[in-house]
Design a binder for this molecule. Structure first.
Ligand code: PLP
Length: 399
C-alpha cells in the first residue's frame, strides 16, 4: 500500500508519458511514418560531437578510482570555478566557485531548493501555464504552488495577477523562460515589471522572496536575447541544466548558481548541500561534471529546431489555428478547437496526431505541441492538422 498523499497525486496526474506510449503502440499498428507524436520533450537534435569526445578522453586519461569515487557533494571545485568564470564572462556577473552547486539536472535542483526554503504551508508562485512537475516538486516538501496566469494573448507574465498572487507566505517565485509549455521568451519589459513588484513586496513583507530562474531552455532561443535575471533582481537563484542545450537529458547534469549578493547566501548554500544528501541525491555524476570542463558553452544546432518551429507555426496559422509565436524551447502552444482540451486531443488521435492537453500545464483550452521531431514529420503532419480543423469547421456548420 502506498502513501495516501502519493496516491492522491498519482490519481490526479494527467500522464503525458501515457499518451506518448500510446503513440508508440499506434506506430506499431499503422507504421511510425504515419503517426505524428508531439507529446514529450525529448531532444531530437544530435548532441554536439564534443560531448562524446570529451567523455572518451576523460575515461582514457583519468585515474579510474578517483574519477568514479565520491566527489564533494557540491561538485568538483575546478568544475564549479570553470562554470563561474564562464557565467561571469558571458553575462557580466560576479559568481565564484562557492556560489555554484553541481546538480542532477534542473529537476533535482528545484527539489533541493524547495527542501531548503519551504516550511509547511509556505507558498511558491509560478507563472501559468507551467511545467507540470513544479506542483510535485513543491507539494513533496509540504509547500503550496500558487499559479499566476500569464496574459493568454501574449503568454507573457501579467503584472497585476502576479502581484495579487504574492502573500507573506511566498518564499520563492519560480520562473521559466524560454518556457515549457508555451515556448514564450519573457521580454525585458515583463521581467522588469515582475522584479519591480518583487522588490516592493520584499520590502513590504520584511523578508526575502527569492526568484528561482529555471533555465533548461536558455540556449534554445531563436533570434532573441533571453534576459539574464540577476541583472534585474539580486535575490536570484539560477537553475541550469544541460539536458536540452546538449541533448543529454539522460546524463543528468546541471547546476545551481548564486551570486554573493543573494541574501543569506551562505545559509542557503549550506541548506542546499544538506538537502542534496537528505534527498538521496548525494552528488552530480562525476564523468558528466568533468565533461563540462570541455563543453560548458557547447550547444546543439538550434537552427534545426527553428526550421521545424517555422514549418509548424506557419503551417498551423495558415490552416486557421490560433497560436502565439514561440521564440524559444521546442514547444508550440495552440488553442484547442473546443473548450475541453482533453477531448480535442482525443479527436486529434483520429488523425494520428498526439499532443499534450494544456490542462496538464494549468493551461486549459490549449494544447502543447512538442516539436522535437524531424522537420519532414512536421511537414507531413500538416494535412492531418488540416483534416482535423475541417472536421471541426464541419461540426460548427452543422449546428
Ligand atoms: N524545468 C523545465 C521547465 C523542464 O521542461 C524540464 C524538463 O523537461 C525540467 C525542468 C527538468 O529538466 P532536467 O532534465 O534538467 O532535470
Amino acid at each position: 500500500m502506498i502513501a495516501k498523499r502519493l496516491r492522491k497525486s498519482l490519481d490526479a496526474a494527467i500522464c503525458i508519458r501515457d499518451i506518448f506510449e500510446e503513440g508508440k503502440k499506434m506506430a506499431a499498428v499503422y507504421g511510425s511514418e504515419n503517426i505524428f507524436n508531439f507529446t514529450i520533450g525529448n531532444p531530437s537534435v544530435e548532441p554536439p560531437a564534443v560531448v562524446n569526445e570529451s567523455m572518451i578522453e576523460i575515461l582514457k586519461e583519468e585515474n579510474s578510482l578517483s574519477l568514479h569515487g565520491y566527489p564533494a557533494n557540491v561538485g568538483y571545485p575546478q568544475v564549479r570555478a570553470h562554470i563561474a568564470n564562464y557565467l561571469n564572462e558571458t553575462f557580466g556577473c560576479s559568481y565564484d566557485e562557492d556560489g555554484i552547486i553541481m546538480t542532477v539536472g534542473a529537476a533535482s535542483a528545484i527539489a533541493m531548493i524547495a527542501n531548503t526554503l519551504l516550511d509547511q504551508g509556505d507558498e511558491v508562485v509560478t507563472f501559468a501555464p507551467y511545467f507540470w512537475e513544479y506542483k510535485s516538486y513543491v507539494e513533496s516538501f509540504y509547500g503550496k504552488l500558487v499559479p499566476a496566469y500569464c496574459n493568454m494573448e501574449t503568454l507573457q507574465p501579467d503584472p497585476e495577477t502576479f502581484e495579487a498572487a504574492l502573500t507573506p507566505r511566498t518564499r520563492f517565485v519560480l520562473i521559466n523562460t524560454p518556457n515549457n509549455p508555451t515556448g514564450a521568451v519573457y521580454t525585458d519589459a515583463s521581467i522588469r515589471a515582475v522584479t519591480d513588484i518583487l522588490k516592493k513586496k520584499q520590502e513590504e513583507f520584511g523578508h526575502p522572496i527569492y526568484l528561482v530562474s529555471d533555465e533548461p531552455y536558455r540556449k534554445l532561443a531563436y533570434d532573441i536575447e533571453v534576459p539574464y535575471l540577476t541583472h534585474y533582481y539580486p535575490n536570484t537563484i539560477v537553475v541550469y541544466s544541460y539536458s536540452k542545450a546538449l541533448s543529454i537529458p539522460g546524463e543528468r547534469i546541471g547546476y545551481i548558481a548564486m551570486e554573493p549578493c543573494v541574501q543569506d547566501m551562505r545559509d542557503l548554500y549550506a541548506g542546499l548541500t544538506a538537502s542534496m544528501r537528505y534527498l538521496g541525491i548525494v552528488n552530480a555524476p562525476t564523468l558528466q561534471q568533468k565533461m563540462l570542463l570541455k563543453c560548458v558553452d557547447a550547444s546543439v544546432d538550434i537552427s534545426i529546431y527553428k526550421k521545424t518551429r517555422d514549418i509548424l507555426y506557419d503551417g498551423l496559422r495558415e490552416i486557421g489555428y490560433t497560436c502565439i509565436h514561440p521564440d524559444g524551447a521546442f514547444y508550440l502552444f495552440v488553442k484547442a478547437l473546443e473548450d475541453d482540451d482533453a477531448v480535442f486531443c482525443e479527436a486529434a488521435k483520429q488523425e494520428k496526431i498526439l499532443m499534450a492537453p494544456g490542462t496538464a500545464f494549468y493551461g486549459p483550452g490549449w494544447v502543447r505541441i512538442s516539436y522535437c521531431v524531424p522537420d519532414e514529420v512536421a511537414s507531413r503532419s500538416l494535412p492531418a492538422f488540416r483534416r482535423l480543423y475541417e472536421r471541426y469547421q464541419g461540426r460548427s456548420e452543422d449546428n
